[in-house]
Ligand binder design. Structure first.
Ligand SMILES: [Zn+2]
Length: 296
């Protein structure tokens, strides 16, 4: 699944290659990726034809291209989506779903998606910020992200700190992998309640999340230019070094203890049981009176 740094690489690539171009024709080759557009495939195509692309923006893992009429082309890569800038004579990808032909005849934009959880839609009046995604929080790489407000909100909630890192209404773009890496670096167990952390701990955790994401962005950023006609959202995804994620049973790189994996929110959490001690449970009486309710 493309994570935020990969999506940022795609945004920057689109900004570089299609800014100022006018969409001349749209081919919807499969209806599913445009299902969120209530006009249907033909209406979707019609709403885009003749529009000039003014910018390439991002909020969390959503991308949008503001158009010259105040609308926007809104996109999400889902699990397997790719937005490619291709030469028009390049062979179609096997899972090509939508093609945007441009007045710059050396290039076209292609939406390729095998599993089709992602998609495209036209957001009416969405050039500045599509209303469909206005509820999504900024991400830690956004210059306008408010660190201190994030720290305050995390510490107001009893909810597990990892759950909060993955909450798109609080902070966007921190996927499961980055959350585990940031927690390992900060030596914090993901199940610790936000309200039990100090402001310093939450600040450090956020700093680590940002560093991990920036490092991934650095790797992906070089990939976009190198590939150009074959850009995709997964560049550099697996070759960055991971200290926690996917390392079950391998020694912690800090203390040598075998790393552990537990299920969390239908996914996996990887952590060091020594560097990242589990939260203390409420004390249970050694001998409970017969018939007494068991404390949770
Ligand atoms: Zn350790």
């Amino acid at each position: 699944m493309p994570e935020l740094p990969e999506v940022e690489v795609v945004r920057a690539g689109l900004e570089r290659h299609v800014l100022g171009s006018t969409i001349t024709r749209v081919d919807v080759l499969h209806p599913r990726p445009v299902r969120r557009d209530l006009r249907g495939p033909a209406g979707f195509a019609e709403a885009l034809a003749g529009r000039r692309i003014e910018a390439a923006r991002r909020r969390g893992k959503y991308l949008w291209l503001p158009l010259d009429n105040g609308d926007a082309l809104l996109g999400h890569l889902g699990m397997s989506g790719q937005l490619l800038v291709q030469r028009p004579d390049a062979p179609d990808e096997r899972h090509l779903r939508v093609r945007l032909a441009l007045d710059d005849t050396a290039k076209e934009v292609r939406f390729v998606d095998q599993r089709m959880f992602g998609g495209l839609s036209v957001s009416a009046g969405g050039a500045e910020l599509p209303p469909e995604i206005a509820h999504i929080a900024r991400d830690p790489l956004d210059p306008e992200f408010d660190d201190e407000e994030f720290v305050r909100r995390v510490r107001r909630r009893a909810s597990a700190v990892k759950r909060q890192l993955l909450d798109q209404n609080l902070v966007s773009g921190v996927g499961n992998i980055y959350a585990d890496e940031a927690l390992w670096r900060a030596r914090i167990h993901g199940e610790r309640p936000g309200e039990r952390l100090t402001a310093k701990q939450v600040r450090e955790l956020l700093g680590h999340a940002r560093e991990v994401m920036l490092a991934a962005l650095g790797e992906g950023g070089t990939s976009f230019d190198a590939l150009y006609v074959n850009v995709n959202g997964e560049s550099g995804y697996f070759d960055r070094s991971l200290h926690a994620y996917g390392r079950e049973g391998e020694p912690c790189e800090r203390c040598g203890t075998p790393m552990r994996r537990i299920g969390f929110m239908n996914r996996s959490s990887y952590f060091c049981p020594v560097c990242q001690p589990a939260p203390r449970r409420r004390r249970v009486p050694a001998v409970a009176p017969a018939g007494a309710p068991v404390p949770d």
